[in-house]
Write a protein that binds this ligand. Structure first.
Ligand SMILES: Nc1nc2c(ncn2[C@@H]2O[C@H](COP(=O)(O)OP(=O)(O)OP(=O)(O)O)[C@@H](O)[C@H]2O)c(=O)[nH]1
Ligand SMILES: [Mg+2]
Length: 280
């Protein structure tokens, strides 16, 4: 069951939220701040609690669900479904591509683009994952033009009528403009083959960084028009409350949560299930 897996993953964050039941209003405020909800959203939530009559934990849950319910991107029905995954170094891009490949391969054919031509052995890492997921991968060599890798992958996908294309990209510091330019180029290559661009233009965010990740996320959002987030490493953090400022500040929905290092450790994000798991 997903809920049990999510509960296990969120157990560190849940320790804080479990205390809400017996807490005074002041302590709830303190707990929210400790869970990295941040001052702005803690204040919004506290105001809502104070002006609403009823059971405080229930009001709190409903307000969190409300704050996490952002509209998901519209998916074009035109094949192939194209998913590009970007993010800073080590935020979990390649692992997430592998997890998504495993997920989508249950519904149809999948091909991966080894779009990280920056790091040593990036292609070999992706190939190992592709093998585990049982999907095809278009390889690349270090220093190769990442746009060309995307082009080749899309051509292959179209010739073979493949359902889903997943594109891994290089790790980059959000301050490295050359690497951001490369991402823009990859997106342009996609848009030439499919006018609407990548259906899912995903940013992976390391959940253990909490609210600190918002600023770097903005740089990607502005450069390449991200339309959904995946929070990775949710299993390793007590800062579960940071999901609230992250998705609201960026005005982007969370699509999935990464909850471990294995290929099946990806959970589709649903605000209600998330809050149920968080409150134990
Ligand atoms: N615990 C846990 N670890 C994760 C999760 N997702 C990724 N990792 C780990 O994070 C590390 C980095 O993951 P990668 O997928 O290589 O990250 P990346 O963004 O592709 O890294 P670069 O290509 O070097 O920028 C690896 O050790 C992964 O096992 C997760 O959801 N939970
Ligand atoms: Mg990688």
């Amino acid at each position: 069951m997903f809920i049990n897996k999510l509960k296990t993953a969120l157990s560190k964050a849940a320790v804080l939220f479990a205390r809400v039941k017996a807490a005074s209003l002041d302590s709830i405020e303190e707990l929210l701040l400790q869970a990295d909800v941040g001052t702005t959203y803690t204040s919004i939530i506290m105001q809502h609690i104070k002006k609403t009559e009823g059971d405080t934990p229930e009001i709190l849950k409903r307000e969190i669900i409300n704050l996490l319910s952002l509209p998901k991107p519209h998916i074009e029905s035109v094949k192939p479904l194209i998913i590009m995954v970007s993010g800073v170094n080590g935020s979990g891009k390649t692992t997430t591509v592998a997890k998504l490949a495993y997920c989508y391969s249950k519904e149809g054919t999948v091909i991966l683009a080894s779009g990280d031509t920056y790091r040593d052995a990036a292609h070999e890492q992706l190939e190992i994952w592709a093998c585990r997921a049982g999907v095809e991968v278009v390889g690349s060599q270090k220093g190769q033009d990442a746009g060309a890798v995307v082009y080749d992958t899309l051509s292959k996908a179209m010739t073979k009528n493949i359902d889903t294309v997943l594109i891994d990209t290089a790790g980059r510091l959000h301050t490295r403009s050359d690497l951001l330019e490369e991402l823009k180029k990859m997106k342009r290559v996609i848009t030439k083959r499919k006018l609407t661009g990548p259906d899912l233009n995903i940013l992976t965010i390391d959940a253990t960084l909490g609210q600190n990740s918002i600023q770097q996320a903005r740089v990607f959002t502005e450069a390449i028009g991200i339309n959904g987030l995946i929070l990775t490493k949710c299993d390793g953090t007590a800062k579960g409350g940071a999901v609230i400022p992250i998705c609201n500040e960026l005005k982007l929905p969370i699509l999935y949560l990464g909850v471990g290092e294995n290929i099946e450790d990806l959970i589709e994000f649903d605000p209600q299930t998330f809050v149920d798991a968080l409150f134990g």
